[in-house]
Design a protein around this ligand. Structure first.
Ligand code: MTE
Length: 307
Protein backbone atom coordinates (compact mmCIF):
# COMPACT_ATOMS: atom_id res chain seq x y z
CA UNK A 1 0.00 0.00 0.00
CA UNK A 2 1.24 3.45 -0.82
CA UNK A 3 2.11 5.54 2.20
CA UNK A 4 1.92 8.93 0.59
CA UNK A 5 0.64 11.53 2.95
CA UNK A 6 -2.45 12.52 1.06
CA UNK A 7 -3.87 8.99 0.91
CA UNK A 8 -6.57 9.37 3.53
CA UNK A 9 -6.80 5.75 4.65
CA UNK A 10 -3.28 6.06 5.93
CA UNK A 11 -3.90 8.95 8.25
CA UNK A 12 -7.07 7.63 9.84
CA UNK A 13 -7.59 4.52 11.94
CA UNK A 14 -8.77 1.84 9.55
CA UNK A 15 -12.03 1.27 11.45
CA UNK A 16 -12.91 4.98 11.39
CA UNK A 17 -11.99 5.20 7.75
CA UNK A 18 -14.37 2.37 6.86
CA UNK A 19 -17.16 3.86 8.98
CA UNK A 20 -16.70 7.15 7.25
CA UNK A 21 -16.90 5.57 3.81
CA UNK A 22 -20.30 4.14 4.75
CA UNK A 23 -21.46 7.58 5.87
CA UNK A 24 -20.24 9.18 2.68
CA UNK A 25 -22.19 6.70 0.57
CA UNK A 26 -25.42 7.57 2.31
CA UNK A 27 -24.93 11.28 2.61
CA UNK A 28 -25.46 14.28 0.42
CA UNK A 29 -22.76 16.12 2.34
CA UNK A 30 -20.12 14.39 0.30
CA UNK A 31 -17.87 17.35 -0.31
CA UNK A 32 -17.73 18.27 3.38
CA UNK A 33 -16.97 14.78 4.54
CA UNK A 34 -14.34 14.19 1.92
CA UNK A 35 -12.25 16.76 3.70
CA UNK A 36 -13.06 15.95 7.28
CA UNK A 37 -12.42 13.14 9.68
CA UNK A 38 -13.51 12.45 13.19
CA UNK A 39 -11.14 11.56 15.93
CA UNK A 40 -12.57 10.26 19.16
CA UNK A 41 -10.69 10.80 22.36
CA UNK A 42 -11.96 10.77 25.93
CA UNK A 43 -15.49 11.17 24.55
CA UNK A 44 -14.40 14.31 22.72
CA UNK A 45 -14.62 14.62 18.98
CA UNK A 46 -11.80 16.35 17.18
CA UNK A 47 -12.68 17.33 13.68
CA UNK A 48 -9.82 17.80 11.31
CA UNK A 49 -9.44 18.73 7.70
CA UNK A 50 -6.50 18.05 5.46
CA UNK A 51 -4.40 21.06 4.81
CA UNK A 52 -3.27 20.78 1.23
CA UNK A 53 -1.52 24.15 1.10
CA UNK A 54 1.15 23.48 3.69
CA UNK A 55 1.40 19.68 3.54
CA UNK A 56 4.10 17.77 1.76
CA UNK A 57 3.03 14.77 -0.30
CA UNK A 58 6.15 12.85 0.57
CA UNK A 59 5.93 9.40 2.04
CA UNK A 60 5.02 9.50 5.73
CA UNK A 61 7.00 7.64 8.36
CA UNK A 62 5.15 4.82 10.07
CA UNK A 63 3.34 5.33 13.39
CA UNK A 64 5.86 2.94 14.94
CA UNK A 65 8.86 4.94 13.70
CA UNK A 66 7.32 8.22 14.86
CA UNK A 67 6.54 6.92 18.36
CA UNK A 68 9.53 4.68 19.12
CA UNK A 69 12.51 6.83 18.07
CA UNK A 70 12.22 10.09 19.99
CA UNK A 71 14.03 12.86 21.75
CA UNK A 72 12.31 13.84 24.98
CA UNK A 73 15.04 14.23 27.57
CA UNK A 74 12.59 14.51 30.46
CA UNK A 75 11.79 10.84 29.75
CA UNK A 76 15.43 9.80 29.28
CA UNK A 77 18.21 10.50 26.80
CA UNK A 78 18.11 7.25 24.75
CA UNK A 79 15.97 7.25 21.60
CA UNK A 80 13.70 4.49 22.96
CA UNK A 81 13.50 5.89 26.51
CA UNK A 82 10.57 8.26 25.79
CA UNK A 83 8.46 5.31 24.58
CA UNK A 84 9.52 3.08 27.49
CA UNK A 85 8.89 5.82 30.10
CA UNK A 86 5.88 7.39 28.39
CA UNK A 87 3.45 6.68 31.24
CA UNK A 88 5.63 8.69 33.65
CA UNK A 89 4.38 11.88 32.05
CA UNK A 90 1.15 12.74 33.84
CA UNK A 91 -1.08 14.93 31.67
CA UNK A 92 -4.15 14.93 33.96
CA UNK A 93 -5.23 18.43 35.01
CA UNK A 94 -2.87 19.97 32.45
CA UNK A 95 -2.84 23.74 32.12
CA UNK A 96 -0.98 26.14 29.84
CA UNK A 97 -0.55 29.69 31.10
CA UNK A 98 -0.32 32.51 28.58
CA UNK A 99 1.26 35.62 30.01
CA UNK A 100 3.79 38.43 29.61
CA UNK A 101 3.33 41.39 27.27
CA UNK A 102 -0.32 40.68 26.40
CA UNK A 103 -3.69 42.27 26.94
CA UNK A 104 -5.31 38.96 27.82
CA UNK A 105 -3.45 36.80 30.30
CA UNK A 106 -5.19 33.47 30.36
CA UNK A 107 -4.73 29.91 31.59
CA UNK A 108 -6.07 27.21 29.30
CA UNK A 109 -6.80 23.61 30.19
CA UNK A 110 -6.26 20.56 28.02
CA UNK A 111 -10.00 20.58 27.44
CA UNK A 112 -9.90 24.23 26.33
CA UNK A 113 -7.39 23.30 23.65
CA UNK A 114 -9.67 20.58 22.38
CA UNK A 115 -12.85 22.68 22.47
CA UNK A 116 -11.70 26.22 21.74
CA UNK A 117 -9.23 26.14 18.88
CA UNK A 118 -9.13 27.07 16.13
CA UNK A 119 -11.53 29.70 17.33
CA UNK A 120 -13.66 30.22 14.24
CA UNK A 121 -14.07 26.87 12.57
CA UNK A 122 -13.07 24.59 15.44
CA UNK A 123 -11.54 22.32 12.86
CA UNK A 124 -8.06 21.03 13.42
CA UNK A 125 -5.67 20.91 10.49
CA UNK A 126 -4.01 17.72 9.45
CA UNK A 127 -0.60 18.57 8.06
CA UNK A 128 2.02 16.24 6.79
CA UNK A 129 5.28 18.01 7.51
CA UNK A 130 8.87 17.06 7.32
CA UNK A 131 10.61 17.70 10.60
CA UNK A 132 13.70 16.16 12.14
CA UNK A 133 14.00 13.90 9.13
CA UNK A 134 10.64 12.24 9.53
CA UNK A 135 7.40 13.06 7.73
CA UNK A 136 4.62 13.15 10.30
CA UNK A 137 0.87 13.71 9.77
CA UNK A 138 0.38 16.18 12.63
CA UNK A 139 -3.06 17.31 13.77
CA UNK A 140 -3.18 20.77 15.26
CA UNK A 141 -3.83 24.43 14.67
CA UNK A 142 -1.83 27.50 13.84
CA UNK A 143 -0.11 29.18 16.77
CA UNK A 144 -1.47 32.46 15.40
CA UNK A 145 -4.85 31.56 16.99
CA UNK A 146 -3.26 31.77 20.44
CA UNK A 147 -1.51 35.01 19.50
CA UNK A 148 -4.85 36.52 18.47
CA UNK A 149 -6.45 35.39 21.72
CA UNK A 150 -3.63 36.83 23.85
CA UNK A 151 -3.40 40.15 21.98
CA UNK A 152 0.27 40.97 22.43
CA UNK A 153 1.17 44.56 23.31
CA UNK A 154 3.57 46.59 21.15
CA UNK A 155 6.39 45.51 23.49
CA UNK A 156 6.10 41.80 22.64
CA UNK A 157 8.83 40.79 20.18
CA UNK A 158 9.37 37.11 21.04
CA UNK A 159 7.49 34.16 22.49
CA UNK A 160 9.12 32.01 25.19
CA UNK A 161 7.83 28.47 25.71
CA UNK A 162 8.31 26.23 28.74
CA UNK A 163 7.74 22.50 29.12
CA UNK A 164 6.51 20.46 32.03
CA UNK A 165 8.53 20.49 35.27
CA UNK A 166 7.91 17.39 37.37
CA UNK A 167 11.21 16.01 38.70
CA UNK A 168 9.43 13.61 41.05
CA UNK A 169 8.00 11.64 38.15
CA UNK A 170 10.10 12.45 35.09
CA UNK A 171 13.30 10.36 35.19
CA UNK A 172 15.34 12.77 33.04
CA UNK A 173 14.64 15.68 35.39
CA UNK A 174 16.25 13.84 38.29
CA UNK A 175 19.55 14.58 36.55
CA UNK A 176 21.04 17.82 35.23
CA UNK A 177 21.24 16.76 31.59
CA UNK A 178 19.68 20.10 30.63
CA UNK A 179 18.60 23.18 32.58
CA UNK A 180 15.00 22.28 33.41
CA UNK A 181 12.33 23.04 32.43
CA UNK A 182 13.03 22.63 28.73
CA UNK A 183 12.72 26.05 27.07
CA UNK A 184 12.36 27.32 23.55
CA UNK A 185 11.57 30.55 21.79
CA UNK A 186 10.48 32.12 18.53
CA UNK A 187 10.49 35.63 17.17
CA UNK A 188 6.91 36.91 16.97
CA UNK A 189 6.85 36.96 13.16
CA UNK A 190 8.13 33.37 13.07
CA UNK A 191 5.40 32.43 15.53
CA UNK A 192 2.75 34.09 13.36
CA UNK A 193 3.87 32.28 10.20
CA UNK A 194 1.11 29.87 9.14
CA UNK A 195 3.58 26.97 9.07
CA UNK A 196 4.00 27.20 12.85
CA UNK A 197 1.48 24.95 14.53
CA UNK A 198 0.57 23.63 17.94
CA UNK A 199 -0.11 19.92 17.63
CA UNK A 200 -2.53 17.81 19.67
CA UNK A 201 -2.42 14.61 17.65
CA UNK A 202 -0.87 12.56 14.88
CA UNK A 203 -1.97 9.76 12.57
CA UNK A 204 -5.59 10.22 13.57
CA UNK A 205 -4.82 9.72 17.26
CA UNK A 206 -4.34 11.98 20.24
CA UNK A 207 -0.65 12.81 20.66
CA UNK A 208 1.21 9.94 22.37
CA UNK A 209 3.09 11.08 25.50
CA UNK A 210 6.49 10.45 23.92
CA UNK A 211 5.63 12.93 21.15
CA UNK A 212 4.79 15.74 23.57
CA UNK A 213 1.23 15.27 24.80
CA UNK A 214 -1.03 17.12 25.34
CA UNK A 215 0.27 20.01 23.26
CA UNK A 216 3.55 20.66 21.46
CA UNK A 217 5.01 23.06 18.96
CA UNK A 218 5.92 22.18 15.36
CA UNK A 219 8.22 24.52 13.45
CA UNK A 220 8.97 22.62 10.25
CA UNK A 221 11.72 24.85 8.84
CA UNK A 222 13.86 24.56 11.98
CA UNK A 223 15.85 21.69 13.49
CA UNK A 224 13.77 19.32 15.60
CA UNK A 225 14.81 20.66 19.00
CA UNK A 226 12.87 23.92 18.42
CA UNK A 227 9.65 21.90 18.44
CA UNK A 228 9.13 21.94 22.21
CA UNK A 229 6.93 19.21 23.72
CA UNK A 230 4.38 19.14 26.54
CA UNK A 231 4.08 22.91 26.80
CA UNK A 232 2.92 24.46 30.11
CA UNK A 233 3.74 28.13 29.58
CA UNK A 234 3.66 30.56 26.64
CA UNK A 235 5.08 33.99 27.50
CA UNK A 236 5.21 37.03 25.23
CA UNK A 237 8.45 38.88 25.92
CA UNK A 238 10.44 41.87 24.76
CA UNK A 239 13.92 40.30 24.72
CA UNK A 240 15.15 37.17 22.98
CA UNK A 241 14.44 34.38 25.49
CA UNK A 242 16.79 31.65 26.73
CA UNK A 243 16.50 28.31 24.99
CA UNK A 244 17.63 25.01 26.51
CA UNK A 245 20.08 23.98 23.81
CA UNK A 246 21.52 27.47 23.45
CA UNK A 247 22.14 27.55 27.22
CA UNK A 248 23.74 24.11 27.02
CA UNK A 249 26.08 24.74 24.05
CA UNK A 250 25.83 28.29 22.66
CA UNK A 251 28.50 27.75 20.00
CA UNK A 252 26.58 24.75 18.63
CA UNK A 253 22.93 25.76 18.91
CA UNK A 254 21.83 29.29 18.09
CA UNK A 255 18.46 30.88 18.74
CA UNK A 256 17.27 30.64 15.13
CA UNK A 257 18.22 27.01 14.41
CA UNK A 258 17.01 27.23 10.84
CA UNK A 259 17.70 24.17 8.73
CA UNK A 260 20.59 25.44 6.64
CA UNK A 261 22.85 23.18 4.55
CA UNK A 262 25.34 26.05 4.06
CA UNK A 263 26.16 26.54 7.75
CA UNK A 264 27.85 23.56 9.37
CA UNK A 265 27.34 22.57 12.96
CA UNK A 266 30.82 22.81 14.59
CA UNK A 267 31.00 19.02 14.83
CA UNK A 268 29.27 17.92 11.61
CA UNK A 269 28.19 19.06 8.16
CA UNK A 270 24.50 19.80 7.70
CA UNK A 271 24.61 19.35 3.91
CA UNK A 272 23.07 15.88 3.94
CA UNK A 273 20.65 14.07 6.19
CA UNK A 274 19.31 10.57 6.67
CA UNK A 275 15.56 10.31 6.95
CA UNK A 276 14.48 7.77 9.55
CA UNK A 277 13.80 4.47 7.80
CA UNK A 278 16.01 5.27 4.80
CA UNK A 279 19.52 4.07 4.10
CA UNK A 280 20.72 6.57 1.51
CA UNK A 281 21.31 10.12 2.67
CA UNK A 282 19.52 12.96 0.90
CA UNK A 283 20.55 16.58 0.32
CA UNK A 284 19.32 18.90 3.05
CA UNK A 285 17.17 21.69 1.64
CA UNK A 286 17.36 25.30 2.75
CA UNK A 287 14.69 25.90 5.42
CA UNK A 288 13.90 22.19 5.16
CA UNK A 289 12.19 22.79 1.81
CA UNK A 290 9.90 25.54 3.14
CA UNK A 291 11.98 28.50 1.87
CA UNK A 292 9.14 29.93 -0.25
CA UNK A 293 7.11 30.41 2.95
CA UNK A 294 9.80 31.60 5.36
CA UNK A 295 12.94 32.89 3.60
CA UNK A 296 11.58 36.47 3.74
CA UNK A 297 11.70 36.36 7.56
CA UNK A 298 15.50 36.35 7.45
CA UNK A 299 16.18 38.80 4.62
CA UNK A 300 19.21 40.97 5.37
CA UNK A 301 20.37 38.76 8.24
CA UNK A 302 23.77 37.10 8.25
CA UNK A 303 22.77 33.47 8.74
CA UNK A 304 26.32 32.37 9.52
CA UNK A 305 26.11 34.53 12.66
CA UNK A 306 22.38 34.08 13.31
CA UNK A 307 22.48 30.28 13.09
N1 MTE B 1 10.76 19.03 24.07
C1 MTE B 1 11.02 18.73 25.35
N2 MTE B 1 10.22 19.18 26.30
N3 MTE B 1 12.09 17.96 25.71
C2 MTE B 1 12.97 17.49 24.77
O1 MTE B 1 13.95 16.81 25.14
N4 MTE B 1 13.56 17.37 22.40
C3 MTE B 1 13.54 18.12 21.15
C4 MTE B 1 12.11 18.41 20.67
N5 MTE B 1 11.28 18.84 21.78
C5 MTE B 1 12.72 17.79 23.41
C6 MTE B 1 11.57 18.56 23.09
C7 MTE B 1 14.28 17.46 20.11
S1 MTE B 1 15.97 17.43 20.31
C8 MTE B 1 13.69 16.91 19.03
S2 MTE B 1 14.63 16.32 17.76
C9 MTE B 1 12.22 16.80 18.91
O2 MTE B 1 11.55 17.24 20.08
C10 MTE B 1 11.81 15.36 18.64
O3 MTE B 1 10.44 15.22 18.43
P1 MTE B 1 9.82 13.77 18.17
O4 MTE B 1 10.35 12.84 19.22
O5 MTE B 1 8.31 13.91 18.24
O6 MTE B 1 10.27 13.35 16.80
Amino acid sequence: MSKYCLKENHVTDEKLFNQRRAIIKSSLAFSLLTFSNLLFSNDKKLIFSKDMKYSTNEETNTFKQITSYNNFYELGSGKRDPMMNAEKLNTDDWTVSIDGEVKNKVTLSKDDFINKFPLEERIYRLRCVEAWSMVVPWIGFELSHIIKLAEPTYKAKFIAFESVYDPENLPGQKRNILAWPYREGLRLDEARNPLTILSVGLYGRILPNQNGSPIRLIVPWKYGFKSIKSITKISFVEKMPDTSWNLEAPNEYGFYSNVNPYVSHPRWSQKRERRIGEFRKRDTLMHNGYAEHVAHLYEGMDLTKNF
